[in-house]
Design a protein around this ligand. Structure first.
Ligand code: NDP
Length: 236
């Protein structure tokens, strides 16, 4: 089993790397600054032959293309792509009058276009994968029907809602190739993004996401799932 995870140097991404290594997968850990990722480098030493670290800025076309090329030197097909990397622009100026619109376009470029850019670049490898799956890490903050109060960051909420629609669009499009595309919510997790008051650890989140991803097949294409793999209609 081959898997590539974006934003793998910390938080939920790093926990997913550890969780899939336990499943004996060949893990390709993609991150922006491979040379600065002490924990990944240590893991690579401990899991020689099962972990590769590649450079990837999901907000940048050239970086993503180079990443796909490098990944292609390690695997002939990709079974699982987890689009985990995301930014949460700080909601310090959340009145429309004051907000810098660039914060919103940056969030959309990373959180919405990022997963599409990755999926497009890895399509060739995914087509050669076994039960190929694309998992877009979503958020309750992207729910339109269940508005969060107080409202979360404009850029984050808009970008995650749009990412859910990208999941649906790609799921319909790529079904013809047998590629399953879903959105999965990780829960409220103790990371730099989720904060220390969050309800679960990265490990707990990653282990349940791993079990969900291992059970995915084309019948689940286009669904929005919670981390335990149940369909969560309220999130749309
Ligand atoms: P963190 O802020 O802890 O980590 C974010 C990761 O994304 C880092 O590895 C970061 O890399 C990476 N990243 C950001 N921008 C880019 C980029 N342009 N290219 C490549 N990597 C990038 O977040 P979490 O681990 O908490 O979040 C992981 C996912 O879970 C996200 O999609 C998030 O939206 C989602 N989520 C998290 C929740 C929570 O409670 N934590 C709740 C709901 C959803 P770098 O170190 O280089 O900045």
């Amino acid at each position: 089993m081959n898997i590539l995870i974006t934003g793998s140097n910390r938080g939920i991404g790093l926990a997913l790397v550890k969780s899939f290594l336990k499943e004996k997968a060949l893990v390709i850990a993609a991150c922006r600054n491979p040379e600065k990722t002490g924990e990944l480098i240590k893991l690579k030493r401990e899991h020689e032959g099962s972990l590769e670290i590649v450079c990837c800025d999901v907000a940048d076309d050239n970086s993503v293309s180079a990443c796909a090329k490098e990944a292609g030197s390690y695997v002939t097909g990709l079974d699982i792509l987890i689009n985990n990397a995301a930014i949460y622009p700080k909601p310090n100026e959340e009145r429309l009058e004051e907000i810098a619109l660039k914060k919103i376009t940056d969030a959309i470029n990373t959180n919405t276009i990022g997963p599409m850019r990755m999926t497009k670049a890895f399509l060739g490898l995914l087509k050669k994968g076994d039960n190929p799956r694309v998992v877009n890490i979503s958020s309750g903050a992207g729910s339109i029907s269940k508005l969060m109060a107080p409202a979360p960051s404009y850029g984050y909420a808009i970008s995650k809602a749009a990412m859910n629609m990208a999941t649906r669009s790609m799921a319909g499009d790529l079904k013809a190739y047998g590629i399953t595309v879903v959105s999965v919510s990780p829960g409220w997790v103790q990371t730099d993004m989720g904060g220390s008051n969050a309800s679960i650890s990265p490990q707990e989140s990653a282990e349940s996401i791993t079990a969900t991803v291992l059970n995915l097949n084309i019948d689940k294409a286009s669904l929005w799932l919670n981390r335990q793999g149940q369909e969560a209609e309220w999130a749309w």
